[in-house]
Design a binder for this molecule. Structure first.
Ligand code: SF4
Length: 75
C-alpha cells in the first residue's frame, strides 16, 4: 500500500528534525526556512522513518496520507 507525505509549510518552523529522521524524503529550503518534501510518495520501506519524522516534528507540520486503495488510480 502506498502513502503520501504531506507537509504544512504554514506551520513548519524549520527545526529540521524531519531531515534527521528521513533524509531521503525531507530536505530543507534554506531561503524559505521550511521543509522541502523531496519524495512525496516514498517507498513503503521508508515508512518507519517517515512515521518517526511525523512523530518528532515539534511543529506537528507533517502527516502521512494513506492512499485509498478503494479508489483506482487512472495513471
Ligand atoms: S521537523 Fe517539522 S518543523 Fe522542522 S523542518 Fe521538519 S516539518 Fe518543519
Amino acid at each position: 500500500m502506498s502513502f503520501r507525505v504531506v507537509a504544512d509549510l504554514d506551520i513548519c518552523q524549520g527545526h529540521q528534525m524531519c531531515q534527521a529522521e528521513a533524509p531521503s524524503v525531507f530536505g530543507f529550503d534554506e531561503d524559505a526556512d521550511v521543509v522541502l518534501v523531496l519524495d512525496e510518495h516514498p517507498d513503503e520501506s521508508l515508512r518507519p522513518q517517515v512515521e518517526a519524522a511525523v512523530t518528532y516534528c515539534p511543529a506537528f507540520a507533517l502527516a502521512i496520507e494513506k492512499l485509498d486503495t478503494t479508489v483506482e488510480e487512472t495513471r
